[in-house]
Write a protein that binds this ligand. Structure first.
Ligand SMILES: Nc1nc2c(ncn2[C@@H]2O[C@H](COP(=O)(O)OP(=O)(O)OP(=O)(O)O)[C@@H](O)[C@H]2O)c(=O)[nH]1
Ligand SMILES: [Mg+2]
Length: 316
């Protein structure tokens, strides 16, 4: 019997990629969230009724291009409605470098099943901040908006701020035209912010401080910032990278850590998620309580200065 030679076939496979290192996580979350407490949050939000002469609280949302400002307004509305809402036009791409929102617009949130009743808070959406002198919203326009000088429909011009002779300039803003809460929105998935954008934010924050307007910051895109958060949003305050991210964010923009909140906006979902809603409603609750305190303080100050004026009148 002769030898038969069988050819050995060797399958060459590319080596398996090394397993990804585990994402470092805290055993206990560094910030406690009462998941599944939506009803209580909704009650607290609904408890606010305007009582110092204001019709509503005005919330101004600002931040770099693509941070999720317009999507946040939609997401908060979706959390209140418990169904998706797309009130503010948001970008379909999350890697845009130019602002998608170009006009000043006030978003009213109608109560479900009501034709004309709205929630006592409104959101103003604006153009995104961009690096460089001639791009993105002019920081002066954000300051004018805070003081209530900007009318809806104003198309932002990166080259120059709104001028007093424009039809969109409101020379006599009322308490309802003024901003009561300033919300800075940054993507937690964007490791570096352009130096000139930081500078512009600083300018805006200083004006808000001088006007006494409360400031809150939000870290969006948390799902994209950490795989464990992507798997389960309840890991948001267990992820070590997220905490580092928020601490760096706090240092870079000068907002204390306890004024920064993480949120995941609705970007591709068709249905609500109770945990995503919880984070959005916690953010809204902070916005409303801060705005309420500010309006009360303003009313108190005004009453006291009037009292002072009256006593001067009595003396003379
Ligand atoms: N995965 C994820 N995507 C988000 C989140 N927030 C926003 N996005 C997406 O990011 C993109 C930009 O969102 P926008 O809301 O248009 O951002 P913006 O801040 O209004 O941007 P400008 O108007 O251009 O300044 C959109 O494609 C959103 O769907 C988030 O929390 N998670
Ligand atoms: Mg926008």
């Amino acid at each position: 019997m002769g030898h038969t030679h069988t050819k050995e076939v060797v399958h060459v496979r590319s080596p398996a990629p090394p397993p990804a290192p585990p994402t470092p996580m805290f055993d206990e979350p560094w910030r406690k969230i009462d998941w599944g407490n939506k009803e209580e949050l909704l009650k607290m939000i609904n408890r606010y009724t305007p009582r110092h002469g204001e019709k509503h609280l005005r919330v101004l949302v600002y931040g770099p291009v693509g941070a999720g400002k317009s999507t946040f307004i939609n997401s908060v509305t979706s959390a209140l409605y418990e169904r998706m809402s797309n009130e503010a036009a948001a970008n379909t791409s999350d890697s845009a470098t130019r602002s998608f929102t170009l006009e000043y617009e006030t978003h009213y949130i109608f109560k479900e099943d009501s034709l004309d009743e709205t929630y006592p808070f409104v959101f103003n959406d604006i153009m995104g901040l961009e690096g460089g002198e001639k791009q993105g919203i002019h920081p002066e326009d954000i300051k004018l908006a805070m003081k209530g000088h900007v009318r809806d429909g104003y198309k932002f011009n990166p080259m120059s701020p709104l001028s007093e002779d424009s039809k969109h300039y409101n020379p006599n803003p009322t308490i309802d035209d003024q901003v009561h809460v300033l919300v800075l929105m940054l993507s937690a998935n964007c490791p570096e912010i352009d130096h000139s954008v930081i500078q512009k934010m600083k300018e805006v924050r200083e004006t808000a401080r001088d006007l006494g307007i409360p400031q809150i910051a939000m870290g969006t895109h948390v799902d994209k910032a950490c795989p464990e958060i992507m798997k389960d949003i309840k890991n948001i305050y267990r992820s070590k990278s997220m905490k580092t991210n928020m601490e760096e964010f706090s240092k870079a923009v000068g907002v204390p850590l306890n004024c920064i909140m993480g949120v995941k906006n609705y970007s591709e979902e068709t249905d609500n998620d109770a945990d995503v809603d919880t984070l959005l409603l916690i953010a809204l609750k902070h916005i409303v309580t801060n705005g309420k305190d500010f309006v009360r303080k303003q009313a108190h100050k005004k009453a006291h200065s009037l009292e002072g004026d009256m006593s001067k009148l009595n003396v003379n």
